[in-house]
Ligand binder design. Structure first.
Ligand code: ADP
Length: 533
């Protein structure tokens, strides 16, 4: 039968079969707990309220929210009525926010009251927006003409017939940063998100199930929190939402108090949690610390698996891919390898999840899967976008039915992807290529190093040379020479960074990735003769 693969089905299934399951939401004023049944009623009410505001199939509803209850409700309510859930990054500057609302012509915005000051000055210029709904509480009076989230939910009983939704219709929209110019939009279809969610339930990937208590640390504006809320609710997991701006200590408490079994975040978040765990050993029920978004250093994986005894799952994906692409899982025959060999495999990005296809390409030619040769990773599959939304940059990335990821990788004969760099971060020294990711990993393996980023800086003789930035662990010290020495066994001399600078912190992007662009810009003259070494 051709019954549709829609979010409507996922929502109905979850609320029918798991009405007693719990959603926990941490709030500064106190933690909220509710059942899936209550969540279902609230979500239907939001859906009805949005319909009453004129949201129809295809209309974009922007969210400007933390990982909290209204966000989870919007995740389901908007697609239920055929709308497009547009999750907006709450940490972007005003000019980008303006673009992010105006470019997709968002019709309604759902905004946390504490975040409203970022949007308020833009209000007159948000020309497509016909209604603004504010969530949460604030001592300040509400801005004129805005609606209160809880009030609009109370004003409807939530009874309505779903509009017809085809599985190929869009249900979500996310923007991803571009090297230059405005962010690029990626539309997700019901079908894509349905199949992506199913995949998150497979034992070979994250195996999310009704046995789990799931904590998405990754912001819900970042690639649908990696699709985890959709899968977790569908499969009846207990959901834990961390609320506004959680710190590592809060996350650790939340994991302990709610017996979280699976949590997902970028490596820098796991690094902070590791630091907290070292200072304050805590018994956790975690069966999976899931990291993605940038390369998880091998030392971080070792710390979790050997010291904390918490299984660590390294995964790879991007906004254009919903995002799940690969998961680093050992195969049964790897169990006979040494710990270090197993760790080396776990530190790769892993192999492709079922349902997708990949190829490695350089100058339009296939690159062999020999674990050494490097090419650009190209992807195909039902949850991979085939264009940027209303954007001519589509033609640079989506070529002949393949997404060209801009990620440079080698692939082993067994299919393990090892990401070596992003095209935009590549260091080209005297015509030779140096992997910044490999250098970072090696630096972070040094016991005194907390974080390390390596960037490409223009050089008068070599074109570009690597420059390393290192944050030393609290209470530890290291010298340039010591760190350089620790790299010597693994890298040729010409691959070593020309400078290792000790910094108090490494700038991070809005989702916690190293912001290498900021370092490159700040140090672009570092090797120039006048200012140089
Ligand atoms: P942005 O460009 O804003 O970072 P995304 O969040 O979509 O946008 O990032 C996707 C990119 O993040 C990938 O193309 C890849 O370069 C990087 N990435 C994601 N997961 C990993 C991983 N596990 N290891 C290394 N890099 C990763």
């Amino acid at each position: 039968m051709n019954s549709g693969l829609t979010i409507q089905h996922m929502f109905d299934y979850a609320t029918t079969y798991f009405p007693d399951q719990t959603i926990v939401c941490r709030k500064p004023e106190g933690t909220i707990r509710l059942s899936y049944q209550e969540f279902g009623h609230r979500t239907r009410r939001l859906a009805a309220a949005l319909m009453a505001l004129g949201v129809g199939p295809g209309d974009r509803v922007g969210t400007f929210l933390w990982n909290d209850l209204p966000h989870l409700e919007a995740y389901f309510a908007v697609p239920l009525i055929g709308g497009v859930l547009h999750t907006i990054n709450i940490r972007l500057p005003a000019d980008q926010l303006l673009y992010l609302v105006n470019h997709p012509e968002d019709r309604v915005l759902i905004v946390d009251r504490t975040l409203w000051p970022a949007l308020a000055p833009l209000r007159e210029r948000l020309t497509s927006v016909t209604a603004i709904i504010l969530t949460g509480r604030s001592p300040d009076p509400d801005p004129l003409g805005t609606l209160d989230y809880d009030t609009i939910l109370e004003e409807t009983d939530g009874h309505f017939d779903y509009p017809a939704v085809q599985e190929t219709m869009p249900m979500g929209l996310c923007y991803t940063s571009a090297t230059t110019g405005n962010p690029k939009g990626v539309l997700y279809s019901h079908r894509g998100m349905y199949l992506h969610s199913l995949t998150l339930g497979l034992a070979n990937t994250l195996g999310i199930s009704l046995e789990d208590t799931v904590l998405p640390i990754v912001p819900m504006f970042h690639v649908n929190a990696w699709g985890i809320p959709f899968a977790a609710v569908w499969f009846g997991a207990k959901m834990v939402l961390p609320g506004p701006a959680p710190q590592a200590s809060t996350l650790l408490d939340l994991m302990r108090d709610e017996s979280v079994t699976l949590a997902a975040g970028v490596p820098t978040v796991w690094l902070s949690i590791a630091r907290e765990l070292e200072a304050r050993p805590t018994r956790l029920a975690l069966r999976a610390a899931v990291a993605g978004g940038s390369a998880a250093p091998a030392t971080l994986i070792r710390l979790f698996e050997s010291t904390f005894r918490i299984p660590f799952i390294h995964a790879y994906g991007m906004t254009e891919t919903s995002p799940l692409v690969t998961v680093s899982r050992l195969k049964p025959h790897h169990r006979t390898l040494s710990d270090e060999e197993q760790l080396a495999i776990k530190a790769t990005q892993g192999f492709l999840v079922p349902g997708l296809a990949m190829k490695l390409e350089r100058d339009q030619h296939p690159v062999p899967w020999d674990g050494e040769s490097v090419g650009e990773l190209c992807l195909q599959g039902p949850w991979i976008a085939d264009e940027y939304y209303r954007d001519p940059r589509t033609r640079d990335t989506f070529i002949d039915g393949w997404l060209h990821t801009g990620d440079l990788a080698s692939v082993t004969q067994e299919g393990y992807v090892h990401l070596r760099d992003r095209t935009k971060d590549v260091i080209k020294s005297g015509g030779e290529w140096i992997s910044s990711v490999d250098l970072e990993n090696a630096l972070m393996a040094h016991p005194a190093v907390f974080e390390a980023a390596v960037v490409s800086v223009p050089h008068p003789q070599w074109g570009e040379r690597p420059l390393a930035f290192v944050v030393v662990k609290e209470g530890r010290s290291a010298t340039q020479e010591e760190l350089r020495k620790s790299l010597r066994d693994r890298f040729a001399k010409w691959q070593l960074p020309d400078g290792i600078l000790f910094v108090p912190e490494i700038p991070k992007s809005s989702v916690g990735k190293f912001l290498k662009r900021a370092l490159r810009d700040a140090y672009r003259d570092y090797f120039q003769p006048s200012s140089g070494e």
